[in-house]
Design a protein around this ligand. Structure first.
Ligand SMILES: *Cc1c(COP(=O)(O)O)cnc(C)c1O
Length: 453
């Protein structure tokens, strides 16, 4: 029998998160207010707990994971690393392909890694009610899970098109005791304004963020939680790469290639940053690849500049790769990863030449996902199929160049709630779509600082 599953003992779990801000060759540009001046961390106090604001700007390299958070992680962590030997055989590749399986969490994705930490810090500072947004529903369900475990009330604004197309996700949120509302909604001023202009607006992640932030800013008892993009979110996700590094070390292995899919950048940062630590500090050579859809090509086609995190322009502006905050993802796109912007940390490591980015069409990633399910067994989330497609391409290249290579990718979640998208693929009803350059050009006219530069 070949070794196919590498488990880390719970007693050997990482006790600290890794903060890449300590090691960036060039530090991050700060978030700015509408006046073009850096926002003071205090200004964020209306919607975030102090501990998370501190982590957001921290340049400490290692940050302790609180014991209470470790206790919850231990319900399902460490997650396994698998070797995809059946996929290797199918591809006849000399490469070894490993994947970290984050679908093992109760919510089925990596998102609880930060949901648990965020709810913990809010609760500790006396906040017992949170709002958030969700697109496909994974973040909403992860925060609902964390709310249930810590006794914190959660209200989720869910993008209306997903709310209608993915009832199972909101049923899951309800099971964990959370309240889920279709966005745009009549609950907020911004939602009412959108509905007045267009009652059939299908919603977008940017609109839902605006609604959740508006409510948290207006209610003293309520904070806001974001599932991706921000520095503290990526920090919490580094547990993924830290565990994976230990697991590969158990079999005397180190990756040549590390791959993750990118929406807002959190699971990618989670798997990649602990290896970038070795690249920056120890001169290791690792090819690190961020993979996105051609329908939402933030890293490969977007501009690296200051933009809003939301559609209404209520958030501070951040320097990141962006398609413009007015970006409306096409409804025919089924593969997730639809956010207009990108984590400033992921944008920075791309800009500083530490990683590369790649975009694929949706049919080719679903083809990769189906192949993976048929040879390995696990059914991946549509988002994760982007990483699988890149891993396959790297393995095929290893075959063509006859060079053995160790490939590690993050399998960010399982696809049990996304089988409708698989069905579209099987029915031949899925269309490839590439976001047009003119639309990006147009959106860039609405950037916040264009008249001030
Ligand atoms: C949310 C999600 C993503 C995309 O978000 P990131 O912040 O880029 O990681 C990817 N995969 C799964 C399974 C998700 O739930």
């Amino acid at each position: 029998m070949e070794i196919q599953k590498i488990d880390l003992m719970q007693k050997d779990m990482p006790r600290k998160w890794y903060n890449i801000q300590a090691d960036l060759p060039k530090p991050l540009d700060p978030p700015l207010g509408l006046d073009g001046k850096p926002v003071s961390p205090d200004a964020l106090g209306a919607i975030f707990p102090r501990a998370l604001i501190e982590q957001e700007v921290s340049t400490e390299r290692w940050i302790d994971i609180p014991e209470e958070v470790l206790d919850v992680y231990a319900r399902w962590r460490p997650t396994p690393v698998f070797r995809a030997i059946h996929l290797e055989k199918y591809l006849k590749t000399p490469a070894k392909i490993y994947y970290k399986y984050e679908g093992a969490s109760p919510a089925g994705s990596h998102k609880p890694n930060t949901a648990i930490a965020q709810v913990y810090y809010n609760k500790k500072e006396g906040v017992n009610r949170l709002t958030t947004e969700t697109g496909a529903g994974q973040w909403g369900s992860a925060l609902s899970l964390a709310g249930a475990l810590f006794g914190v009330q959660v209200r989720v604004y869910m993008v209306k098109s997903s709310y209608n197309m993915k009832p199972a996700r909101r049923q899951l949120m309800a099971t964990w005791g959370a309240e889920c509302i279709a966005s745009p909604s009549s609950q907020t001023e911004f939602g009412r304004k959108i509905l007045a202009d267009d009652p059939s607006n299908p919603g977008s992640l940017g609109i839902a963020i605006s609604e959740a932030v508006e409510e948290a800013a207006n209610r003293k008892d309520t904070n806001y939680a974001l599932g991706s993009v921000l520095n503290h979110v990526l920090l919490h996700q580094t547990i993924i790469g830290l565990e994976a590094k230990q697991q590969l070390a158990m079999i005397d292995t180190y990756p040549d290639v590390v791959i993750g899919c990118v929406g807002g950048g959190s699971n990618f940062g989670g798997i990649a940053f602990p290896f970038l630590h070795d690249v920056i500090r120890e001169g290791k050579k690792v090819k690190v690849i961020a993979v996105e859809p051609k329908a939402c090509p933030t890293l490969t086609k977007g501009i690296y500049t200051y933009d809003y995190g939301d559609t209404a322009g209520m958030t501070p502006i951040m320097k990141m790769h962006t398609l413009g905050h007015t970006f409306m993802p096409p409804t025919i796109h089924a593969g997730g990863l639809r956010y207009h912007g990108m984590a400033p940390l992921v944008s920075a490591v791309l800009d500083q030449g530490l990683i590369e980015a790649r975009a694929y069409y949706q049919k080719e990633v679903f083809e990769a996902g189906v192949l993976f399910a048929r040879v390995e067994g696990l059914v991946p989330a549509p988002e994760s199929t982007h990483a699988i497609k890149a891993a396959i391409d790297e393995a095929v290249r290893a075959r063509e160049e006859a060079t053995p290579r160790v490939i590690l990718f993050n399998l960010s979640g399982h696809g049990f709630f996304d089988l409708n998208s698989y069905q579209l693929y099987f029915d031949g009803a899925m269309e490839d779509y590439e976001y047009p350059g003119e639309a990006i050009e147009e959106a860039l006219h609405h950037l916040p600082l264009q008249n001030k530069a």
